[in-house]
Design a protein around this ligand. Structure first.
Ligand code: 3HC
Ligand code: NAI
Length: 701
C-alpha cells in the first residue's frame, strides 16, 4: 500500500484515507494508493462498498502542482479517476475542506458524494493557466449542465456544499462526524442494493439543449472581455461544448488533448509561478524569528483617499478602527468617505444596510490624538509631506501605548526620517497600501533601519487579517513598486517624446495584457501627484538624467487627468473612458521642436521591448540593492499593485522566459542612445555571464 493512502476495513466498507499534508495533493503516492485500494477492495469478496476520504484538513485540493513540468509518472490522474469509476462496487467520496481540481475529479470518479456543510468544491485550474484534465469538464457537464460546468471551470471560484447539492454534484450533506456519516451512507446504499453509478454515464445535465447552448454563447461573450489574451478559458468552453455532443470516452480524450495543449503554454508557467510567488512572499526573516504582536484595535490618521480606504479594509475584516482627523469638518468628511464606499456597494446590491451598520459600529471618529491611546497599531495617512508626518509621529510618540506599532503609509518618503523623530523607532514600519486601499490586494511592508522583528511580523499579520498580499521592501525611495513604476513610466515618456503617440503606447501595453495603458493610469491617479514628486526630487536629480517636460506642461495648464476632465485624454462630462487629447500631441510636438528631436515611428513590438527592458532592469537594481528579497516578490508587486497580466507571471518571470541574454542585448542596444537611463544592472550582467536566471535566485532565497 502507498504511504499516502491507508486502507482499512470497516464492516462491509473498505475505507481509503488520503493522508498527504498539507492539502492532500494528488501526487504519485496518492494516485498509486487509490488504484491499489480500489483493486484490493474489488478483490475482497467481503467488501461491498468503498469510501474515499481525506485525513487532516481537506479532501484533495488538486493535482500536485509541483509535479507539473516533470516527466509524467504512471498512473496519470485521468486513469485513476476512470479506475475508480469502473469499480464494480459502489464508491462513495466524503468531502470536507477544499475539494478542488483533481480532488473534485476524483470525487466525480466516485459514484456517490457526501460532504460536510463547510466543504468548498471547485475547478480552479483556470487560475493556473490550465483546465480540469481528469474529466472535470465532462462529468460536471453531464451531471449539472453546461452553465454550472462553465461557471465553475472558467470562473475558477469554489462553490459551497449547498450549491453543489442543488446542482446534483453532491448527493448528501451531513453536519456530524463526516466519516461516520459516510459509513452510514455506504450502509444505506448497500442495503438498498444501489450499485455503481458512473458520473460519465449520467445525462441529467445534457437534457436541456437550448439552455446549454445559450450558456456556451453567453460564456464566450463574457470571456471575450474578462479573459482577453488568455488561452485556457476558451479551451474550457470547447471542452464543455464537446461534453454536450460526444460520447464520454471521446469527450474525455478531447479534454485530455486540450489539457495537454494548455500545459505547453507559457501562460501555464506564468500562472503557476504566480501561485507559488504569492505564497513565498510572506516568508520573511522577521516573521520567521518573531510572532506578531496582538492586533485587536487599530487607528488611522487621516480620512482622505487612503485613510478612508484603509479604514474600510479594516472594518471589512472586523477590526475596530479609530479614525483621527485634524478638525470636526475634516473628520466629518473622513467618515463620509468611508460611508460613501458602503453606500456605493448598497446601491449596487452588493451589501445590505445591516452589514453597513455592523461595520460602522466598529468605527470611532475623533479629532483628538488621545483617542488612539488603546490602539495596537496606528497607520498614518496624512499629506505626503515629511514635516507634517514627522509632526504626527512626535505626537504619536506621546500618546501611543507602549508596544503599539506605528506605521506610515508614505508613498516615497524616508521611513527612517519619520521613525527617528520618535523615542521608539523599534515600533515604526511603513505600510504602503495601494489605492483604492479597500480593493487593491497589495501591501508593501517597508522595513527601515531598526524595527523590532515583531513590529514587522505584525505588519504581515495585519495583511493576512485584511486578506492582502504583503511583500517586504527595504526603505529606499519608491520602495519596490513605485521605484520600478517610475522607471518604465520614464521609458514610456521618452518614447512619446521620441515620436510614439501616447495612444499607441497605451494600446501596446493594453494588448500586452494590462487592463489599461500607463498614460491612462497617470490620468486616473492624477498627474499632479507625479508632478509634485518630480519637483521634490528636482534638486537631487542626476545631471545626466534625461528630463521630459511634456507632463509638466500639461500640469501647468491644469490638466491633471480624470479629476480635471482633461489630461493625456479628455473626459467628456462624467465619462470614465477618455478620448485622445489633441492638445497633448501639440505639446509633444512643441517639445520635440524645442529639443531638436526628429520624431520617429515605433512598432508595438519595440514599445513593449523597451517598456519591459526598463521594468526588468530596474527590478534587477531593486534586487541587487536588497530592496526586494527575491525576484518573485517583485512579480507579486507588479501583479497585485500595477495590473501586470497574471498569465505572464510578473516581469521577472517574463524576463526569464524572454531570455535574460536577449534582454541584456536589448539594453545594450538602447544604451547607445542614453547610457544613463539604460545602464544594465550589474546583477543582470552577472546572471547572464553565469548563465543563470531569476528563477535560480528564487530557489536560493
Ligand atoms: N499542489 C502542490 N502544493 C499545493 C497545492 C497543490 N495543488 N495546493 C496547495 N499547495 C501547497 C501550497 O503551495 C502551500 O505550500 P507552502 O506551505 O510550502 O507554502 C501549502 O500547500 C498550503 O497552501 P496555502 O498556503 O495556499 O493554504 P491555504 O489554506 O491558504 O489554501 C487551498 C488552501 C485553498 C487548497 C490553496 O492552497 C489552493 O487554492 N491550492 C490550489 C488548488 C488548485 O489550484 N487545485 C487545482 C490543481 S491543478 C489540477 O488539479 C489539475 C487536474 O485537473 C488534472
Ligand atoms: P488626501 O489628501 O486624500 O488625505 C490626507 C488627509 O490627511 C486629509 O483628509 C487631511 O485632512 C488629513 N490630515 C492632514 N494632516 C493631518 C494631521 N496632522 N492629523 C490628522 N489628519 C491630517 O491624501 P491621500 O491620497 O489619502 O494620501 C495620504 C498618504 O497616503 C500620503 O502619504 C500618500 O503619499 C500616501 N499614498 C497615497 C496613495 C494614493 O493613490 N492616493 C497611494 C499610496 C499611498
Amino acid at each position: 500500500m502507498s504511504n499516502a493512502v491507508s486502507y482499512e476495513i470497516n464492516g462491509a466498507v473498505a475505507v481509503l484515507t488520503i493522508d498527504n499534508p498539507p492539502v492532500n495533493a494528488l501526487g504519485l503516492d496518492v494516485r498509486q494508493g487509490l488504484v491499489a485500494g480500489i483493486e484490493q477492495a474489488e478483490a475482497n469478496a467481503d467488501v461491498q462498498a468503498v469510501l474515499i476520504i481525506g485525513a487532516g484538513r481537506t479532501f484533495p485540493a488538486g493535482a500536485d502542482i509541483r509535479e507539473f513540468g516533470k516527466p509524467p509518472m504512471d498512473p496519470y490522474l485521468p486513469e485513476v479517476v476512470s479506475r475508480i469509476e469502473a469499480c464494480t462496487k459502489p464508491v462513495i467520496a466524503a468531502l470536507h475542506g477544499t475539494a478542488l481540481g483533481g480532488g473534485l475529479e476524483v470525487a466525480l470518479g466516485a459514484h456517490y458524494r457526501i460532504a460536510a456543510p463547510s466543504a468548498r468544491i471547485g475547478l480552479p485550474e483556470v487560475n493556473l493557466g490550465i483546465l480540469p484534465g481528469a474529466g472535470g469538464t465532462q462529468r460536471t457537464t453531464r451531471i449539472a449542465g453546461a452553465k454550472a460546468a462553465l461557471d465553475m471551470a472558467t470562473g475558477g471560484k469554489p462553490i459551497g456544499a449547498d450549491k453543489a447539492q442543488k446542482l446534483g454534484i453532491i448527493d448528501k450533506i451531513d453536519d456530524g462526524d463526516l466519516k461516520q456519516a459516510a459509513l452510514a451512507y455506504a450502509g444505506e446504499l448497500i442495503s438498498s442494493g444501489a450499485g455503481p453509478r458512473p458520473s460519465g454515464a449520467r445525462t441529467e445535465g445534457l437534457s436541456d439543449e437550448s439552455t446549454n447552448r445559450a450558456a456556451i454563447e453567453d460564456t464566450k461573450a463574457i470571456l471575450a472581455k474578462r479573459a482577453r489574451g488568455q488561452f485556457a478559458p476558451f479551451r474550457i468552453v470547447e471542452c464543455v461544448e464537446a461534453a454536450l455532443t460526444l460520447p464520454i470516452d471521446e469527450g474525455l480524450a478531447f479534454e485530455r488533448a486540450k489539457f495537454l495543449e494548455c500545459m505547453e503554454t507559457p501562460q501555464r508557467l506564468g500562472m503557476i509561478h504566480a501561485f507559488f510567488a504569492e505564497r513565498t512572499c510572506t516568508k520573511v526573516p522577521e516573521a520567521s524569528r518573531a510572532a506578531p504582536r496582538a492586533l485587536n484595535q487599530i487607528a488611522v490618521i487621516g480620512g482622505g483617499t487612503m485613510g478612508a480606504g484603509i479604514t474600510v479594509a479594516a472594518l471589512d475584516a472586523g477590526l475596530p478602527v479609530v479614525m483621527v482627523e485634524r478638525d470636526a469638518e475634516s473628520i466629518a468628511r473622513g467618515q463620509a468617505n468611508v460611508e460613501k464606499v458602503y453606500d456605493g456597494l448598497i446601491k449596487r446590491g452588493r451589501l445590505d444596510a445591516a452589514s453597513k451598520d455592523k461595520r460602522m459600529a466598529l468605527y470611532t471618529p475623533a479629532t483628538d490624538y488621545s483617542a488612539m491611546a488603546d490602539a495596537d497599531l496606528i497607520i498614518e495617512a496624512v499629506f505626503e509631506n515629511l514635516e507634517v508626518k514627522q509632526d504626527v509621529f512626535k505626537q504619536l510618540d506621546k500618546i501611543a501605548k507602549p508596544g503599539a506599532v506605528l506605521a506610515t503609509n508614505t508613498s516615497y518618503l524616508d521611513v527612517d526620517a519619520i521613525a527617528n523623530v520618535t523615542s521608539r523607532p523599534q515600533d515604526v514600519i511603513g505600510l504602503h497600501f495601494f489605492s483604492p486601499a479597500n480593493i487593491m490586494k497589495l501591501l508593501e511592508i517597508v522595513v527601515p533601519e531598526s524595527p523590532a522583528d515583531n513590529a514587522v511580523s505584525t505588519g504581515f499579520a495585519l495583511a493576512k487579517r485584511l486578506k492582502k498580499t504583503a511583500v517586504r521592501a527595504a526603505n529606499r525611495d519608491g520602495f519596490i513598486g513605485n521605484r520600478i513604476y517610475k522607471a518604465y513610466g520614464l521609458c514610456a515618456t521618452y518614447m512619446m517624446e521620441d515620436g510614439a503617440s501616447p495612444y499607441d503606447i497605451d494600446k501596446a501595453i493594453y494588448d500586452f495584457g494590462y487592463p489599461i495603458g500607463i498614460f491612462q493610469v497617470h490620468d486616473l491617479a492624477g498627474m499632479d501627484i507625479s508632478w509634485a514628486n518630480r519637483k521634490r526630487l528636482a534638486a537631487t536629480r542626476a545631471p545626466q538624467e534625461r528630463y521630459s517636460a511634456v507632463q509638466d506642461k500639461l500640469c501647468e495648464a491644469g490638466w491633471f487627468g480624470q479629476k480635471t476632465g482633461r489630461g493625456m485624454y479628455v473626459y467628456p462630462e462624467g465619462a470614465r473612458k477618455g478620448e485622445p487629447n489633441p492638445d497633448v500631441l501639440e505639446v509633444i510636438s512643441e517639445e520635440q521642436t524645442r529639443l531638436g528631436i526628429t520624431p520617429r515611428k515605433f512598432t508595438s513590438d519595440e514599445i513593449m521591448r523597451r517598456y519591459m527592458a526598463a521594468m526588468v532592469n530596474e527590478g534587477a537594481k531593486v534586487l541587487q540593492e536588497g530592496v526586494a528579497l527575491r525576484p518573485s516578490d517583485i512579480d507579486v508587486v507588479a501583479l497585485y499593485g500595477y495590473g501586470f497580466p497574471r498569465y505572464r507571471g510578473g516581469p521577472m518571470k517574463y524576463a526569464d522566459m524572454y531570455g535574460l541574454d536577449k534582454l541584456l542585448a536589448d539594453l545594450r542596444e538602447f544604451e547607445l542612445e542614453d547610457a544613463h537611463f539604460w545602464k544594465p544592472a550589474d546583477l543582470l550582467v552577472d546572471l547572464v555571464a553565469k548563465g543563470r536566471t531569476f528563477e535560480d535566485q528564487n530557489k536560493e532565497s
